[in-house]
Design a protein around this ligand. Structure first.
Ligand SMILES: Nc1nc2c(ncn2[C@@H]2O[C@H](COP(=O)(O)OP(=O)(O)OP(=O)(O)O)[C@@H](O)[C@H]2O)c(=O)[nH]1
Ligand SMILES: [Mg+2]
Length: 353
């Protein structure tokens, strides 16, 4: 094939926007010393390089890849949540909550009738601990709130999974601290609607440290403080004394033992828990389903958000790409016009000679 034919084929390939093919044909024509083809080779190389730059710049692959990663991540988390909730549906979790040193660990020990959890006058419980209460029922001891943000976050993760929360407050302190009210407001929001008040009780410890009269006053104040922020609450309040319970356990005289234990308030709380266990078991599967649906709704929102974000990003990239391509085409047209003028000049020169 002669150089002119190759050149013409190159022009055709270029018209079809097959720039690689055009370059190849122009190179062959230029190899036969056909002058216009040499210029075309240069143009094609520039154009191909520009296209590659455009491709690099638009970075669409990265946008798509990051979207894929987020989607995979959200889906993976959903599978994990489902597995976790299925496991939790098999167990009843009773969790204590409250500020430090209010007798949270002591209360669980009293309920278990055994000193399982460590107690002390200084901040003691730092990580949550789980202990068996009955066949499929566990009590979980959590660190005191308000001392360490990390501990608080961990405690809240446990509350989210609880079937029942025992909010422990010491009568020795008197009325509720502002932060305790804030915590209860936060807790109420943590649970599916209509669930919270049947699964939350306030347990007042240090019953041995106050008179009956003061107990009644503190109890009324707690109720009214809570009514002012959560008017529709159905707060249950239990009176306890871990000290009396402990004394009762250690007491040798059967009569005194019974009196101390009865006056500790622990049997009433224990009776309440035991009576409700079958109900909590029954509703547990439905509760975990509710929790899963809530998690699912959040994931769907997240996926929608990711979809919108990446669509915007892709549109932005597309506009950028279109503009660059327009620019490259415009430059190329100018170069082509320039070449045509040169070809015409060459033709005129040959004809005039
Ligand atoms: N007099 C009296 N003392 C109690 C009672 N309950 C707990 N205590 C004492 O209060 C102190 C703190 O008790 P813990 O059970 O460790 O309190 P906690 O809330 O678990 O503390 P942290 O885990 O550090 O947040 C200990 O010295 C207990 O013996 C009670 O009902 N009456
Ligand atoms: Mg403790």
């Amino acid at each position: 094939m002669n150089s002119v034919d190759l050149y013409l084929l190159g022009l055709h390939a270029e018209e079809q926007k097959d720039y690689q093919e055009a370059l190849c044909l122009y190179e062959q024509a230029a190899g036969q010393d056909f002058f216009p083809a040499k210029e075309k080779v240069k143009q094609m190389k520039d154009l191909i390089k520009k296209q590659e730059d455009v491709q690099k710049d638009t970075n669409l692959d990265a946008v798509i890849e990051s979207k894929d990663n987020i989607v995979d991540d959200v889906l993976e988390r959903m599978v994990y949540t489902k597995r976790e909730l299925c496991e939790e549906a098999k167990e009843i979790l009773i969790v204590n909550a409250g500020r430090m040193n209010h007798g949270k660990s002591s209360l669980l020990n009293s309920l278990l009738g055994n000193e399982v959890f460590e107690i002390a006058d200084v901040r003691k419980t730092r990580v949550r601990q789980k202990e068996k209460y009955a066949e499929d029922v566990y009590v979980i001891d959590t660190p005191g709130l308000d001392a360490d943000a990390e501990d608080d976050a961990e405690a809240f993760e446990v509350y989210k999974k609880a079937n029942y929360i025992l909010f422990v407050h010491s009568l020795k302190i008197g009325e509720l601290h502002k932060s305790e009210i804030d915590i209860i407001v936060k807790l109420e929001k943590l649970f599916p609607k209509g669930y919270f008040w049947d699964h939350f009780a306030m347990v007042l410890t240090f019953g041995d440290a106050v008179s009956n009269k003061n107990y009644e006053l503190i109890k009324a104040k707690i109720q009214s403080d809570l009514d002012s922020v959560l008017p529709d609450n159905k707060l249950k309040i239990f009176f306890t004394s871990n000290k009396r319970f402990e004394k009762g356990v250690q007491e040798e005289s059967q009569k005194k033992k019974e009196t101390f234990i009865k006056k500790s308030g622990i049997p009433i709380l224990k009776e309440f828990i035991d009576e409700n266990l079958s109900l909590w078991r029954e509703e547990n599967l439905a509760l975990q389903k509710d929790r899963f649906n809530e998690a699912k709704a959040k994931s769907v929102d997240r996926l929608e958000e990711v979809k919108n974000l990446s669509e915007n990003r892709i549109n932005q990239e597309k506009t950028k790409y279109d503009n660059l391509l327009k620019l490259a085409n415009a430059k190329f047209s100018i170069a082509e016009k320039h070449l045509e003028d040169k070809q015409k000049a060459l033709h005129d020169f040959e004809n005039n000679c």
